[in-house]
Design a protein around this ligand. Structure first.
Ligand SMILES: Cc1ncc(COP(=O)(O)O)c(C=O)c1O
Length: 476
């Protein structure tokens, strides 16, 4: 039998908190009959968000074209026409490999989507269809890491895809703190400090990852902030990864999604490499299981582009239903199409519900003494800060950085585990995303149905107060 010692050390060191031990314990409790409110992962349809009818109708026809004749009676006219059109343009159907970069008409539809969204030129040749945004991000890390001393700047807190993939591929993580006091925007001084610190340790920074809207922060970056980031990347010759999977998830009325591509175009930057990611998993689609998405590249010469396509060809192509869902995401029904009205109704209902739940969660948590959070501006998460007393004689400021990180990780893990055991609420400890020394957080989604979100808000406060009291009394 193979032993764990025979496995790659890189794999053993990679950590992915979103599906970590707390979630495993939640599944055990559920198997014993406990009701669990899963707030650990941005997986909307697992939490009862319905799929859009338009998507599923078309998928059913392209997966089983025999249905087309019957579908005339069942489905709206534009659905049948669209399915026929897809089958004409991709006659080999969903069971055949496609070109490595993806089905050409879908790459063109993605470029048109970007051009319309941003009012800028977009080239289908620079679009690669991927199995979710995860594979796009991993392609960029794979291609740009030339030595173990090469590093990517990644946010703290961050979505662990980036830290785990850097460990897996053998690159350095150059963490930069997001500015919690300033709505989790990026801060140029902090970026410069972390870049210089990395260089002083012999690390060679090659890229900068930005997640906007943010996971786990729920923040939406301002246009000025994005412009600052692009100028910073240009000055320090860093490639940019703009993870924009939550671009449809903006709830704050004073915020708007600005793509890095648009801001870069406005700045006239024709030099800084930009890798933008989008996905069918988030927004109002929530089609996580279909594993669709795209990577769009700017300021990339043709020979580099060819290497990215070669990389994609090593795993042949992205899955075809995922490519098709990506197509339907970027080319939804138009006004006047028979499906348009229902599509708009379903889309708006999902986004309205998310917005209401973001407010419910943010306002509810703000009432709890010792818990701090802004109402999430976007995405699907809140990164909640909470305060706990220390045992007498324990002073974390006297610990080494490593000791302190371990101590704080134990505290937020113990807290989230106790929350789960006591209330059935499953959230992810902040240490899984990274947090400033001296602070504790957890990340929760606001995806569960409204009644569960109401329960969550109700139970969270009571739990926190009891937990703090217990720590205090065990200390005295
Ligand atoms: C910021 C961010 N990027 C990428 C992904 C991965 O998305 P996909 O399902 O498209 O691989 C997620 C998933 O939660 C995410 O939060």
């Amino acid at each position: 039998m193979i032993t764990i010692q025979q496995l790659s050390d890189k794999l053993l060191r990679a950590e992915y908190a979103v599906r970590g031990p707390i979630v495993i314990r939640a599944q055990e409790l559920e198997a014993q009959g406990r009701k669990i409110i899963y707030c650990n992962i941005g997986n909307p349809q697992a939490l009862k968000q319905p799929p859009l009818t338009f998507m599923r109708q078309i998928l059913s026809l392209v997966e089983y074209p025999e249905l087309l004749t019957k579908a005339q009676e069942l489905y709206p006219k534009d659905v049948v026409e669209r399915a026929r059109d897809i089958l004409t343009k991709n006659p080999s159907g969903t069971g055949a490999y496609t070109q490595s970069a993806g089905i050409p008409f879908i790459r063109k539809a993605v470029a048109d989507f970007i051009a319309n969204r941003d009012g800028i030129p977009a080239n289908p040749a620079n679009v690669i269809l991927t199995d979710g945004a995860s594979k796009g991000a991993q392609a960029v890390l794979t291609a740009l890491l030339r030595s173990p001393k090469d590093g990517f700047m990644i946010p703290i807190p961050q979505y662990p895809l980036y830290s785990a993939s850097l460990t897996l591929y053998g690159g350095e993580q150059i963490g930069y703190y997001l500015d919690e006091e300033n709505g989790w925007q990026l801060n140029e001084t902090i970026l410069t400090q972390s870049l210089n610190q990395a260089k002083s340790k012999g690390i060679n920074p090659v890229g900068l990852v930005v997640i906007n809207p943010g996971n786990p922060t729920g923040a939406v970056l301002s246009q000025e902030n994005i412009a600052m980031i692009i100028k910073f990347a240009r000055q320090h010759k860093l490639a940019l990864i703009a993870d924009e999977v939550y671009q449809e998830n903006v709830y704050a009325t004073d915020r708007e999604f600005h793509s890095f591509a648009k801001v870069m175009h406005a700045l006239g930057d024709t030099d800084t490499p930009l890798f933008s990611l989008h996905s069918v998993s988030k927004g109002f689609l929530g089609e996580c299981g279909h594993r669709g998405g795209y990577l769009e590249m700017r300021n990339i010469p043709e020979n580099v582009l060819a290497e990215f396509i070669k990389l994609q060809s090593i795993s042949l192509c992205a899955n075809v239903p995922g490519q098709l869902v990506t197509y339907l995401m970027v080319a939804p029904p138009k006004p006047g199409d028979a499906s348009h009205e229902l599509y708009v109704r379903e889309r708006d209902s999902i986004l309205r519900d998310l917005k209401e739940k973001a407010t419910l969660l943010g306002q509810g948590i703000q009432q709890v003494p010792g818990m701090f959070v802004d109402i999430p501006q976007g995405a699907m998460y809140a990164f909640v800060r909470f305060e706990l007393p220390h045992k007498p004689g324990v002073d974390p400021t006297q610990m080494s950085a490593d000791q302190r990180e371990k101590y704080e990780a134990e505290r937020d893990n113990a807290y989230c585990l106790a929350l789960l055991e006591e209330t059935g609420i499953c959230v992810v400890p902040g240490s899984g995303f990274g947090q400033r020394a001296g602070t504790l957080h957890f990340r929760t989604t606001f995806l569960p149905p409204r009644d569960e979100m109401e329960d969550l808000v109700k139970h969270l406060g009571g739990f926190h107060v009891r937990y703090v009291e217990k720590l205090r009394s065990s200390a005295s």
